[in-house]
Design a protein around this ligand. Structure first.
Ligand SMILES: [Zn+2]
Length: 169
């Protein structure tokens, strides 16, 4: 701790807008109809989905690991699959000035980046990402993902808390 980052900061609410990488696991292979995008076979393993929320970031991310009445985003279809388990997410504030597509491409490069469903989550993408979902057959940890950016914080399902960036502790 130092004067610049007093302890009270740990109790402040999470920033409202920014980017996130949602990490989930399929414990069994699964064939999933992803809305209008099509029917895809998803192997067992780890899936990383990169998205952004201009506001309500925590709510958006928490939505990915809750039961949904309506399937709105492509990730909703995969996250609702019977063998799907949320691991958690990392979040990066808008103030970091990172673009969603840049983060997505960085994640793809660092974590195997197999593309199981071309176009997945990339309907609005203008940066030529093959998809905003990538797959790794080997385990990926949240901490490893958080290392992609100094301002990255970690959100864990049902914990109701967020871990501030490690460099601020
Ligand atoms: Zn993109």
């Amino acid at each position: 701790m130092n004067d610049k980052h007093p302890p009270k900061e740990l109790c402040e609410p999470m920033f409202d807008g920014g980017l996130y990488v949602f990490l989930m696991r399929l414990t069994e292979p699964q064939t999933v109809q992803v809305g209008a995008l099509g029917l895809f076979d998803f192997a067992a393993g780890w899936y990383l989905y990169t998205g952004c929320a201009k506001k309500g970031l925590a709510k958006r991310v928490e939505r990915h690991w809750s039961l949904k009445q309506t399937l709105r985003w492509h990730i909703d279809y995969l996250a609702s699959a019977p063998s799907s388990e949320p691991v958690g997410a990392i979040v990066i504030p808008s103030s970091a000035g990172l673009s969603e597509c840049y983060l997505n491409q960085m994640i793809g490069q660092k974590f195997a980046g197999q593309i199981p469903a071309p176009g997945f989550g990339a309907s609005d993408c203008r940066q030529g990402c093959p998809a905003h979902l990538c797959f790794s057959p080997t385990p990926v940890s949240l901490l490893a993902i958080a290392r992609v950016h100094l301002d990255a914080a970690v959100l864990i399902p049902k914990a109701g808390i967020w871990e501030p960036p490690l460099h601020r502790l």
